[in-house]
Design a protein around this ligand. Sequence first.
Ligand code: SF4
Ligand code: SF4
Length: 199
Amino acid sequence: MRTEMTTKNEPEAQTIPLQQGESFQFRCHSGVSCYLDCCHKLELRLYPYDILCLKEKLLCSSGEFLERYTRLGTGVHPYFPAVMLNMVESDDAPCPFLTEKGCSVYMDRPSACRTYPLERGVEKAGHGAKLQSHYAVVHHGYCKGHDEKNHYTIKQWKRGAIKSAVFSIIRCITAYLSVRVVSLKEKQKVIIRVCRPFI
Ligand code: SF4
Ligand code: SF4
């Protein structure tokens, strides 16, 4: 499986398939010895939703964001290139949003950072077949989060990631609508309509 986020100069990460109901062991927090090690030398793919949240956070246009922070990479599909986040040009090549205190865009961080170490692949077995999701846990050797005692099922991990994504979506929509000076009631209506599928 191709992972959403890979680290250059590291041995290939292990991807361990996970079935619905199975749990995996993981916790990331500021007390781990590897804290922020993973925010360097990344091949990090961005999705349209990531770009929308980040450009709102950074108060710039999508065009400015793409020009300043990204490059085109090879996508999963040959006709669908990927947008890759550029790392800072230096020996340890940190993510441009990394500060001494941690991630400066934490609430609006890209999906790959948000859902790590869980990854999802989608399969369509044939014409008319339903999409089927497959999940796997990515295990990089340097990441000590896998040694922590907390256990999560796919459902529990997704719930946490979705919750923070919904807050991010609400912030994006509010910022977008503020520019258009619509009333509070109209803003609430749009937010409820957009977020209903996630709640
Ligand atoms: S966006 Fe934040 S969490 Fe993701 S790699 Fe950059 S600094 Fe780390
Ligand atoms: S536990 Fe893993 S995800 Fe968390 S800071 Fe360490 S390397 Fe990064």
